[in-house]
Design a protein around this ligand. Structure first.
Ligand code: ITT
Length: 195
């Protein structure tokens, strides 16, 4: 008898609808659903490590298929700042404030990093994605969110905010982390169905 593959629905604990939309468009290719979970409180510790922030947030409330993601923009010439503090810096000094910090500095290289955590059988599994690039001189483009108008991925001249969601989703830190998560889920589902 042909069995339909089990359908998984991940519950993404976030207040950021852009993140849910991006994750959903990446994971739907693997037959994995994503819904926004806002009834669970995301406790974010202060730490220089995205991995620690995600692990702590999930360990407090480890329910199967719960997902948490934390990410940040790491600027080389600022020794990785703002990194895990990206959301705070965005809210306080904003894009222009960040670009001002780069005035007079040598390089504009930066990378985005995403750490996605999944709770399964009372364990937290982590998946990472990085995209390297550089910061633009000025904010450009109206798509995406957050630092998208100032981030130009390697190999392109457009910022994430100029290139449209389809191309951003092929290149982004989030898509890399969620593709790794999808690879893991596909393997465990295959082993359950093959057993
Ligand atoms: P949560 O509710 O999931 O915490 P958030 O928006 O607060 O959502 P983070 O704490 O992970 O997200 O903060 C990361 C910040 O980094 C976020 O506020 C954005 O400004 C920025 N960021 C993350 N991913 C980005 C992306 O794909 N493009 C542009 N900026 C991004």
């Amino acid at each position: 008898m042909n069995q339909e593959p089990a359908m998984i629905t991940l519950r993404f604990v976030t207040r950021n609808q852009h993140k849910v939309k991006e994750a959903s468009s990446i994971l739907s290719r693997y037959g994995i659903n994503v819904v926004m979970e806002n009834s669970v409180n995301k406790v974010e510790i202060q730490s220089d490590s995205l991995e620690d922030i995600v692990t702590y947030a999930l360990k407090l409330n480890c329910i199967n298929w719960l997902v948490v993601e934390d990410d940040g923009l790491f600027v080389d010439s600022l020794n990785g700042f703002p990194g895990p503090y990206s959301e705070y810096v965005y809210r306080t000094i904003g894009l222009r404030g960040l670009l001002r910090l780069l005035q007079g500095s040598e390089g504009r290289n930066a990378y985005f990093k995403s750490v996605v955590g999944l709770c399964i059988n009372n364990e937290v599994k982590l998946f990472t994605g990085i995209v390297k690039g550089k910061l633009s001189e000025e904010p450009r483009g109206s798509g995406g969110f957050g630092y998208d108008p100032v981030f130009i991925p390697d190999g392109y001249d457009l910022t994430f905010a100029e290139m449209g969601e389809e191309l951003k989703n092929k290149l982004s830190h989030r898509s890399r982390a969620f593709n790794n998560l999808a690879g893991y889920l596909t393997r465990i589902l295959d082993s359950i169905q093959g057993a």
